[in-house]
Design a protein around this ligand. Sequence first.
Ligand code: SF4
Ligand code: SF4
Length: 550
Amino acid sequence: MKLFSFKGGVKPNPNKSVSTALPIAQAPLVGRYIVPLHQSVGGTPRPIVNVGDYVLKGQRIGEADGWVSAAVHAPTSGTVVEIGPHIIPHPSGLPTDCVVIEADGRDTWIERTPFDVDHASPDAIREYLRDMGIVGMGGAVFPSHVKLAVPKGKHIEQLIINGAECEPFISCDDRLMREQAEEVILGSALFGQLVHAGQVLIGVEDNKPEAIAALKAAQEKLDAPVAVITVPTIYPTGGAKELIRVLTGKEVPGSKRATDFGVQVFNVATVQSAWRAITYGEPLISRIVTISGAVGESRNWSVPIGMPIADLVALAQPKPESDGVIMGGPMMGFKVSTNAAPVIKSTNSLIVNAPGLFPPKPQELPCIRCGACATACPQELQPFELYWWSRANKFEPLEKYKLFDCIECGCCDYVCPSHIPLVNYFRFSKSEIQAAQREKQLADAARDRFEFREARAEREKREKAERLAKANAARQAAEAAAAASTPTPAKPEEGVPDLSSHPNQASTPIAVDNHPVLDASAKQAAIAAAVERARLKREQHADKAGSTAP
Ligand code: SF4
Ligand code: SF4
């Protein structure tokens, strides 16, 4: 298969052989697990357990908040003893809400049911993966179900499974591919089927010959529709856009998504965990973590999510001179602010630091505009320009120089003869720009709310006036109609008592203050008058009859 190359890149010492010598070991149970609710890109899951609840291993404890979010689960059985903020391994060093579980030591699983993927709709499969907490395990922690939703009108020509693992020291994917090659192949084929990919390509750097051999053997045995492709070892080939370039020749600009170019990328550990979720009903509650650096035993461990870093590092026998832990590799990693923080879904490696392991950079010198940083940049940026504008706190031009296309790979730092910590400058500028954007968004939102309120008050006033005018018009029309239809009083018929002739009676009811008593007395008076007239008539008849009698 024809391979392509990307511009730039560097070749740091891989330092992987120390941690790949031993197979993956299972981390033993510890007393407490701190499970952050927010472990993926997107909404923070809502806790669905309370303090005091007993939970089983694999039980869902945090429910996905919206579509771009993923559930979190209990890593072991035990009791929820706290739901509250704890420091997690993140460059910000800030706390986030976590569910703390006191383990009961029994490690009892919840009932696990395989998912019938063959009879489920694509939406049901994606929802299932979301509820099983499947996210990108290469570091990006993007919810996988979202990436499996291919936008309408797009076709995935190449599904790329990333086994490049280019950062020095990190070897968790290497050991996974060696030891669980069949699961990686089956997971890759499953994802290929889910997105109807034209091709499924597993890219592995050529410094992992055992992993390549294991994958190829598994692919042949299973006759899976995937291809295992060996790619050259150049940092940062493991970057999604760099691997896409190497395997397909397609260049995805910073502002575009890979799916716009018919490509999607998943990490090898992600497809393997998704396959286990579907086949065994196992949610994502553990991951493989490389522990290396100043330790007595460098190796990979299968670690329950939530295990405190201090407990895990203790298993590797840290050297007495160790002075902190770096999460990730030396190129892109960051120092963990406290070892009390837990292992999370994005913890692929912990490097125990010690003086001499990563000597501090010599004194920063002025930029000599040698251009070495631009030559090394895989994103084809001009880091020295970004540096100048960042240093001058002039943020507007940074957009022109595509600051946000920078993947913070550290290649520019690595080659700079003036030892300028370029990535630190870029991170600072990015955070300042993002903070300014957030402030602007908040101000815009406040202004929008005010304008909306004003417009609503104005509209309500107008509607009220219209309603009043309508009511008035209707009342006037009703009055006019009533006046037109009121009948003229008719002459009383002969023989019918003429109530109006009675001195105490009017032809219409007396309606002083609508008093009903007056109506009744008027009627009584009219009846009395009629009775009197009838009596007089009878007497007249009787007189007449008497005068004419024989
Ligand atoms: S490599 Fe360092 S010194 Fe050279 S241009 Fe870039 S920032 Fe300046
Ligand atoms: S850190 Fe950014 S600017 Fe420096 S080489 Fe990497 S992508 Fe380029």
